[in-house]
Design a protein around this ligand. Structure first.
Ligand code: SAM
Length: 222
């Protein structure tokens, strides 16, 4: 046996099964999203003790009472953002950094903001390890956005909001999309908000979803 023979990554098969069974089988067909999900090593974004669960289709704890978003939902968030490759994207809710990493493979630059410092620091270390150098991390209240780098080609919010945070809507470019889980009284619904002209927006309700709350000045109080 040649020592230089390429050793197959044992997590490749798990990722392929995850993408086939929980993403493609449920109707996600954006090739770039599928390719990105086949590449990003999801097991690195959960606690080592939970690595075995990383490729199942459910949210998994990441510490600080937060969760890594389930693979299918990440795929929907990314697909609905309709990224082509040259966009600057704002993500609100870095969490583990997994969704950030998928977005980073789909666009030019991701600005990501997380309210919990320890999660932001942990995610930053993984981005460095994986060489994802088009991600810029911030810690703070993402409901006010990041005005310094606005306007954005897309905004992806990965926590459930009571209503669209106005500062985020204002930070969208014309025709740009915000993908955001919104409370509808009985649960949450994944919603796409498109800035049509000035301060006019088109709102498209997509699928039911379940996220931890978006806490902040323009979100929930706790
Ligand atoms: N998509 C992430 C992933 O793949 O790991 C998971 C995100 S988790 C469901 C939601 C995250 O949003 C949590 O880490 C939470 O702390 C964060 N969050 C909640 N409110 C926030 C706010 N106002 N600004 C920034 N982050 C916020």
């Amino acid at each position: 046996m040649s020592l230089t023979r390429k050793i197959k990554d044992p997590t490749d098969a798990k990722r392929r099964r995850m993408v086939e069974d929980y993403v493609m089988a449920k109707g996600v067909d954006d090739k770039r999203v599928i390719e990105a999900m086949l590449k990003v090593p999801r097991h690195l974004f959960v606690e080592p003790a939970l690595a075995e669960l990383a490729y199942n289709d459910h949210a998994t704890p990441i510490g600080s009472s937060q969760t890594i978003t389930q693979p299918y939902t990440v795929a929907i968030l990314a697909q609905e953002a309709e990224l082509k490759g040259d966009e600057c994207v704002l993500e609100v809710g870095t969490g583990s950094g997994y969704t950030t990493s998928i977005l980073a493979l789909l666009c030019q630059r991701v600005y990501t903001i997380e309210r919990i410092n320890s999660l932001s620091n942990k995610a930053r270390k993984i981005f460095n390890k994986l060489g994802y150098n088009n991600i810029v991390c911030f810690t703070g209240d993402g409901t006010i956005g990041i005005a310094k780098h606005a306007p954005y080609d897309a905004i992806v919010v990965t926590a459930g909001a009571p209503k669209v945070p106005i500062p985020l809507a204002k930070q969208l470019k014309p025709q740009a999309r915000m993908v955001i889980p919104l409370d509808n009284g009985t649960g949450q619904i994944m919603t796409v908000v498109t800035r049509t002209k000035g301060m006019h927006f088109k709102v498209d309700k997509k699928a039911d979803c379940s996220f931890v709350p978006l806490i902040g000045k323009h979100g929930w109080s706790k």
